[in-house]
Every structure is written in structure tokens, then in C-alpha cells.
Design a protein around this ligand. Structure first.
Ligand code: GLA
Length: 323
């Protein structure tokens, strides 16, 4: 390679449709203006992908192995990773890393893949690297995102469309500061419990997991309808996000006291809608806040929260690209 080439992939925040992407349900994520930068300085030698936390090599190897398993022969990368995504905050830093690597590898080897095929490669690579049986939402968002839009993805048919975000609302992400690692969480257990329920088990746990997913899919549909109608019915939007949070807390049991506190604070401080986002067990909440309130909201929620939180206004960005 005569010159370094740089690739970028965004993290994501999910507006609604949580724990639905491994049973063919609906999701509505937004790609963020925060992400992973991969600077490739060489190809052909031994693979060496370095990152501040030292984890990138494992993901890069898993992506290369997954591409090889599909018959795509890719070069070894010599690259460095930098990131402005908080790690473990539930904003999909690992999916963004995987997408950046997969996009770089397929671009440099002149073997481009379709968006959802690329997403699937990275989803499987993440399972290979971490053992977490994740769905396809995070990877798809990191590819399909568009400025000013959320991505409505049907994870069953893999059909997707863009949904314009309301211009008069800011997306605020509040990190609870409670770190989670999906590998050590109950993610796989939740998935197994849901699958048991979908196969007809009628014990209370399985029934509650299924009830969450069925009601959540309905909520995604209703939120998309609301976002597409003017004026935006903020009262109804707030109710649905509240119900979504309660369903994750009570029926899916993935919220935490810190996330519950932040959601209550968000409504009290003028958010139109708020709920936990991502896998749960820690991480962040997402809030839709009237634009003019957003700067004060970010300061006030951090001040009122009993933990060490961070709030930022997020901008919906485009998907993976070469810079
Ligand atoms: C994690 C997984 C996703 C999805 C969410 C929960 O982010 O990687 O596939 O299951 O949790 O909605």
C-alpha cells in the first residue's frame, strides 16, 4: 500500500425495538456521529490491529475468519483503531469496530458485499469472538444509517426503510456510568428464555419474555406511525416509550435501578420520551427532548442523577465509509 487509508463506522442508539432482533422482530436504531476510525497502514504482512483497549485484534481476526468461511479471501491488515465512542455504554462500539474492519477488508480486496450481508458477517464474527448470540441490529445500523434518519429494520425479512427524525427534537443519550459487558451478562439467558416461550413453553418467565417481544413490535409500529405524522403527538410518544421501558424492566428484566432513575428524571426534566436503550444490564438511556430544552436538559439530568452519568446530544449520522 502506498498510502494509509482510513475507514469510519458509527455506533448506534436504538430508539425503540429492544431485544426483538433475534426473533425476527422490528427495530428502529439511529447511527451516531460517534464511532470507530480504522487507519490501515499496510496489508499483506502479519495481521496487526492495535487499539487502546487491546481488544481489536480478536474482533479483526473473527471478521477475517467469517469472510474466509464465505469464500471471500481477504488480506491481513496492519491497522490502528481509535474511537470516540464510550466503551460499554450500550452504543455498540464492538459492532462499529467489526463493521469498520469488514468494510476495510472487503474494500481493499475489491470484494464489496451487500449491506445486509456485510452486517451478517460481522454479527457472526461477534458471536465467534465473544460467544454472545447477538442479533443483527447494531451491525445493520452502522451500515444503513443516514443523517437525520432512523433505520426501520424488519430483522425477519431484512427489509428496511428510513424514517425521518423530528427536526424539533434532539436525541439525548445519557450514560448511567454503570458498565456492562454482554459476555458476562444474562443476554444469552434472556434469548434462550424467549426462544423457549416462542416454542410454546408456558412457565411464567417464558410467557413474560414473549409478552415483551410481542408488545415491543407493536410499539415500534406505532412509533414509526407517530414519527410520520404531523404534528408529532409527543404525549402518545412519551406513553409508548414509558411502556417500552416498563416492559424491559418487568417482563424482560434487563433494566437496572440506575436506568430506571434516569428515565424518571428525564420525564421530570422535560423529555417528550425516554427509555433504556440497548441490551440493558447497565449502559444508557435515550431521550427525545425538545431542541430548545436540550442543552439545559443535559446539564440538569447529570446534576440530578445519583450516579456518575454523562449526557450528550447525539446527531444521526451516515453509515460506514472510507474517509
Ligand atoms: C445488543 C445486541 C443487539 C440487540 C440489543 C437489544 O445491542 O447486540 O443485537 O439484541 O442488544 O435490543
Amino acid at each position: 500500500m502506498s498510502r494509509a487509508r482510513t475507514f469510519w463506522a458509527p455506533g448506534r442508539v436504538n430508539l425503540i425495538g429492544e431485544h426483538t432482533d433475534y426473533s425476527g422482530g422490528l427495530v428502529l436504531p439511529v447511527a451516531l456521529d460517534l464511532g470507530i476510525t480504522l487507519r490501515v497502514t499496510g496489508i499483506g504482512g502479519p495481521s496487526r490491529v492495535t487499539s487502546p483497549d487491546g481488544d481489536a485484534q480478536r474482533y479483526a481476526d473473527a471478521v477475517a475468519a467469517e469472510l474466509a468461511a464465505r469464500g471471500v479471501s481477504v488480506p491481513h491488515l496492519e491497522a490502528t483503531v481509535s474511537s470516540n465512542l464510550p466503551i460499554g455504554a450500550g452504543l455498540s462500539s464492538s459492532a462499529a469496530l467489526g463493521i469498520a474492519v469488514a468494510y476495510a477488508l472487503t474494500t481493499l480486496s475489491c470484494h464489496p458485499l451487500g449491506a445486509l450481508e456485510l452486517a451478517e458477517v460481522v454479527q457472526l464474527a461477534e458471536r465467534r469472538a465473544t460467544g454472545v448470540p447477538c442479533g443483527i441490529m447494531d451491525q445493520a445500523a452502522s451500515i444503513l444509517g443516514q443523517p437525520g434518519h432512523a433505520v426501520l429494520l424488519d430483522t425477519g425479512s431484512l427489509e428496511w426503510e428510513l424514517v425521518r427524525l423530528p427536526a424539533d427534537h434532539a436525541i439525548v443519550v445519557v450514560d448511567s456510568g454503570v458498565r456492562h459487558s454482554l459476555e458476562h451478562s444474562a443476554y444469552a439467558t434472556r434469548r434462550a428464555e424467549l426462544e423457549r416461550g416462542l416454542e410454546g413453553a408456558s412457565d411464567p418467565v417464558a410467557r413474560r419474555r414473549v409478552r415483551h417481544v410481542r408488545s415491543e413490535n407493536e410499539r415500534v409500529r406505532e412509533v414509526v406511525d407517530l414519527l410520520r405524522s404531523t404534528p408529532l403527538d409527543t404525549r402518545r410518544l412519551g406513553e409508548i416509550f414509558r411502556q417500552a421501558h416498563e416492559s424491559l424492566r418487568v417482563d424482560f428484566e434487563v433494566s437496572t435501578p440506575a436506568l430506571d432513575e434516569l428515565v424518571d428524571l428525564a420525564y421530570g426534566l422535560g423529555a417528550s420520551a425516554a427509555r433504556m436503550t440497548g441490551a440493558g444490564f447497565g449502559g444508557s438511556i435515550v431521550a427525545l427532548v425538545p431542541v430548545e430544552r436540550a442543552p439545559r436538559f443535559t446539564t440538569e439530568i447529570v446534576g440530578a442523577y445519583s450516579g456518575a452519568g454523562k449526557a450528550r446530544v447525539a446527531t444521526a449520522a451516515g453509515g460506514v465509509c472510507e474517509l
